[in-house]
Design a protein around this ligand. Structure first.
Ligand SMILES: Nc1nc2c(ncn2[C@@H]2O[C@H](COP(=O)(O)OP(=O)(O)OP(=O)(O)O)[C@@H](O)[C@H]2O)c(=O)[nH]1
Ligand SMILES: C=C(OP(=O)(O)O)C(=O)O
Length: 234
């Protein structure tokens, strides 16, 4: 079978399609973020949390299925950096926590872009690749769906089509809650970078091995976590 390439090849199903998703990310105040990395990262913990969020948002903005990224944070430094990347920034629901933050971002997304689906994406996915996010969003469809994190217990992405109720249930063992609420679990291959959230030093090593964005690479390098050098071909 021949593979057609070049200008005469027919467009793929999404080649001419407009972006169909708004993406919402939530970022805690950096002084409180990523506490599980405190012992390992020391003074680099806040820069690391910020780098994760920036690399995640930059990858989402580079995804051609994504029309806009809404960031929800009360942190002034994160707000400024994410806005500079191109995210629309909103403050937290006072005392509301993570799911309230996602709902607030989703409400803004739906009022500004009512025809689009809304996807809540964790902000600690520094290896995120735009093509893998596209793959997950394409699989999500019209109802609610989610991608579990690498351990399988948490959630990396929760998506609701334009007419579906957006009811995120993040926190701890959220995969089971999303499943129980009727969201379809997307058990697809080729989305490792979507699933690789970073909560621990070992997670960071695995993310760096997958290939992280430039901001995380820099801070991880300062912590002595660097990708193995490529083995030269014999
Ligand atoms: N805006 C906002 N984001 C939150 C809130 N709680 C958690 N997040 C974000 O949600 C994402 C996932 O949360 P966790 O993985 O538990 O991150 P974390 O709370 O920074 O990490 P730990 O302190 O180690 O639990 C991270 O990007 C957090 O910054 C919140 O109350 N408001
Ligand atoms: C908030 C969650 O995860 P974690 O705390 O592991 O990032 C989650 O998966 O719902």
């Amino acid at each position: 079978m021949s593979t057609r390439t070049g200008p005469s090849a027919p467009p793929g199903p999404h080649a001419l399609a407009a972006p169909r998703w708004s993406v919402v990310v939530a970022v805690k105040r950096l002084a409180e973020a990523k506490s599980r990395l405190a012992d390992f990262a020391g003074a680099h913990r806040e820069p690391l949390a910020l780098a994760f969020a920036c690399d995640t948002v930059a990858a989402a903005l580079a995804c051609d299925r994504v029309a806009a990224v809404y960031a929800v944070t009360d942190d002034p430094v994160a707000a400024a950096r994410l806005a500079a990347l191109g995210a629309a920034v909103t403050g937290d629901e006072p005392g509301g926590g993570l799911n309230a933050a996602y709902r607030r971002g989703a409400a803004r997304a739906r009022s500004e872009r009512p025809a689009l689906g809304v996807a809540a994406l964790q902000a600690d996915l520094p290896a995120l690749r735009p093509a893998e996010l596209a793959r997950a969003l394409d699989a999500a469809g019209a109802g609610t769906a989610f991608v579990a994190d690498t351990p399988g217990t948490g959630t990396a992405l929760y998506a609701a089509g334009p007419l579906a109720a957006f009811e995120p249930a993040f926190g701890g063992a959220s995969a089971e809650r999303h499943r129980g609420a009727g969201a379809r679990e997307l058990r697809i291959t080729g989305v490792e970078s979507v699933r690789r959230d970073v909560d621990t030093a070992e997670d960071l090593r695995e993310a760096v091995a997958l290939g992280v964005g430039p901001r995380t690479r820099e801070v991880a390098g300062a912590l002595g976590v660097a990708a193995a050098a490529a083995t030269p071909c014999p």
